[in-house]
Design a binder for this molecule. Structure first.
Ligand SMILES: Cc1cc2nc3c(=O)[nH]c(=O)nc-3n(C[C@H](O)[C@H](O)[C@H](O)COP(=O)(O)OP(=O)(O)OC[C@H]3O[C@@H](n4cnc5c(N)ncnc54)[C@H](O)[C@@H]3O)c2cc1C
Length: 337
């Protein structure tokens, strides 16, 4: 994923913005069109069907950083960052995970202390997708070591701040998909804190709920195209055609769940723990479809490799199952460490 690819994606995003097609469901005052989430979803489907660029570099900004800023940010923060996300000028990364804290995110140890009107950040993040190209990041830090949940603070950090070093990691695809990010006395203004110092866990939860709900719309829409191609490829082979039909039925069911989730949002409901169901079934089905495709045709191998990662990023399938069991089905909680 090189600079030329990113530049092309930024240009495409800018064209969408200029055509009034970026952030259809975002508020008009921040560059959106104030349309319903359903219209946004229909646009995504048609855009992908017409061969529009996927916009992967803007995944964080468009699907969860932006919505978090709309939901939790101050008016100043919304004005500063939302138009740049829509125009492609501000590419966001997520700096949550650490070498010792992934599923158990509340265990992060990157620390920050308040000094005058800044937070001074020290520590290390890892698995930060496309952080080498990012202008800003969602950053979760520990501001109080004695308070597990109340000791976390969430801020948006400028990636060009002195003291931030980004080291790309090569993924199984052979490309530097994600990074390690080091913070050495990086000074981030307090005006970049989302909510207040010590309220980071609540804001991070909002981000994760957005990330686990409609953020996977593009994946689900993409699957419709993949199964249509497989159906065409295997139409004269009854055994394989039968399996493709099963996968295709599952894709339609997940698409229906996506539309149901969007309907709930349209009724004013914030995404809740049921969004874990969408993340779980979308990424597991994505894996199953690309596995079938890759066994038949090596051209699908890279998508198959990527499908493993989608089951982990944003919270693993095991964690989504735990959330559904405990918070949706009301089953007993597993013992906490
Ligand atoms: C493709 C990809 C992109 C990513 N992008 C980002 C990014 O942009 N920003 C970012 O901050 N992070 C990112 N991540 C990191 C991701 O969020 C973490 O890898 C994930 O949360 C799991 O954490 P971990 O790797 O520390 O594994 P661990 O938490 O150590 O988990 C290891 C295994 O144990 C299982 N496990 C852990 N706890 C439980 C439990 N309570 N019950 C049952 N099973 C459990 C897990 O399911 C997993 O199989 C990305 C990861 C991938 C693969």
């Amino acid at each position: 994923m090189d600079a030329e690819y990113i530049a092309g994606q930024r240009q495409w995003q800018k064209s969408l913005m200029q055509a009034g097609l970026a952030g259809l469901s975002w508020p008009i005052e921040y560059g959106g069109q104030g349309a319903s989430p359903h219209r946004q979803l229909i646009f995504h489907e048609e855009h992908q069907r017409a061969g529009g660029l996927g916009g992967e570099p803007f995944f964080v900004g468009l699907t969860h950083a932006g919505p978090t800023i709309i939901a939790e940010g101050t008016e100043d923060q919304r004005q500063r960052w939302l138009p740049g996300i829509l125009s492609g000028d501000l590419l966001f990364a997520q700096c949550f995970s650490e070498p010792g804290a992934g599923s158990d995110l509340v265990s992060i140890s990157t620390r920050a202390v308040v000094e005058d009107d800044h937070l001074i950040v020290n520590g290390q993040k890892i698995w930060n997708t496309r952080a080498q190209h990012a202008d800003m990041c969602e950053l979760l830090v520990r501001t109080d070591a004695s308070d597990r949940y109340g000791g976390l603070t969430y801020l948006m950090a400028d990636m060009h701040t002195p003291g931030i070093t980004v080291r790309p990691i090569t993924a199984i695809t052979g490309r530097p998909e994600f990074c390690e990010v080091y913070f050495d006395d990086a000074r981030i203004p307090l005006t970049n804190v989302m909510g207040r110092v010590g309220q980071g866990w609540n804001v991070a939860t909002t981000t994760l709920l957005f990330e686990r709900s409609t953020a996977f719309a593009a994946t689900i829409i993409g699957l419709q195209r993949v199964v249509a191609g497989l159906a065409e490829q295997h139409r004269n082979d009854p055994v394989r055609a039968h399996r493709v039909q099963e996968l295709s039925d599952d894709v339609m069911a997940v698409r229906a769940l996506l539309y149901k989730t969007v309907s709930e949002q349209e009724n004013g409901d914030e995404p809740g723990p049921t969004s874990s169901a969408l993340k779980l079934v979308a990424t597991e089905l994505n894996h199953a479809v690309h596995k079938f495709a890759a066994l038949e045709d090596r051209a699908h191998l890279e998508s198959y490799f990527e499908a493993f990662g989608l089951r982990i990023g944003g919270g693993t399938s095991e964690i989504q199952r735990n959330i559904l069991a405990e918070r949706v089905l009301g089953l007993p909680r597993e013992p906490r460490r």
